[in-house]
Design a protein around this ligand. Sequence first.
Ligand SMILES: Cc1cc2nc3c(=O)[nH]c(=O)nc-3n(C[C@H](O)[C@H](O)[C@H](O)COP(=O)(O)OP(=O)(O)OC[C@H]3O[C@@H](n4cnc5c(N)ncnc54)[C@H](O)[C@@H]3O)c2cc1C
Length: 274
Amino acid sequence: MVKGMDAMGVGQPDLSGNAIPRVTKLTVVPQPPRRRELTLLSNVEIVPSIHVLTFALPAGDTLEFLPGQYVTFYLRRNEKPVTRSYSIFSSATRQDGFSLLIKKVPKGFGSNYLCGLDPLRKPSLTALAPLGRFVLHEPEDRTVILVATGVGLAPFIPMLEQLRTAHPGTPVWLFYGNRYAEDTVGRPELEFLECVWPNFHFVAVISRPPSDGSWSGAVGHVEEHVQSRFPDLSSSDVYLCGVNRMVNQMQDLAIGLRCPKDHVFTDRWGDHAE
Ligand SMILES: Cc1cc2nc3c(=O)[nH]c(=O)nc-3n(C[C@H](O)[C@H](O)[C@H](O)COP(=O)(O)OP(=O)(O)OC[C@H]3O[C@@H](n4cnc5c(N)ncnc54)[C@H](O)[C@@H]3O)c2cc1C
């Protein structure tokens, strides 16, 4: 397992090779948001420019969130307060802290500040959590299709764990797009999950494959791969997370492929988190 990827918490086998069972239902009510004091425990650059930051809550405090929810940090820039939001990347069964998957945006203030923090100095931060309505809905008998680009993968990791535990019989597809092969965070772990969860299907897509032929996944953009596998989305729930461009295009495409509007769920992050 890649260093830092244990935060993903999905498909981790016990010694018998079985995934560790976890109890999660889609109907759990999250805690109302409130301010949290956090201590940074670790900061690992898992691929170039993408970090996993793990935070601990003070002893006795707990964070109960729904997979897909996020935290908002209160930061200071030139003495002025600013906020930055990040989806929770770690298991919802862990309540004494959480991990985030953060991409350093060129010249971006918040992402570089957070990814530059040194856990040895035990920095403390303040955040509001849990926040957000981008959460799973009961799939009934529908197929669940998750589409992410870049660090838009983050909310889908705890969602996958929840789906696997609460709805192991539901077909779940994850389409995960990046520019380069090396940006594809967690590919071995997600391929492993595909092996131990027969209803889970993982499609890694890159738009700029290496010329040496070493990439064995799909090439192009996630939109075309969703469409070629699902020409009719009328019986699917579609969840989209990432940059505006992909989310907007995929949303139009999903509706064009007959997915009812109220079965397309989106989380847009702007244009720079790809
Ligand atoms: C609900 C939600 C969840 C999110 N989850 C995640 C997540 O899990 N992981 C993740 O990595 N991101 C996530 N994001 C995105 C994140 O909140 C930040 O937007 C992202 O980290 C960039 O913030 P920044 O402060 O680094 O960049 P900013 O300082 O906001 O800069 C953004 C862009 O603007 C440019 N810019 C800044 N200032 C100027 C200027 N004066 N002139 C010209 N250009 C300028 C920068 O070069 C950069 O390209 C999420 C966003 C939302 C809303």
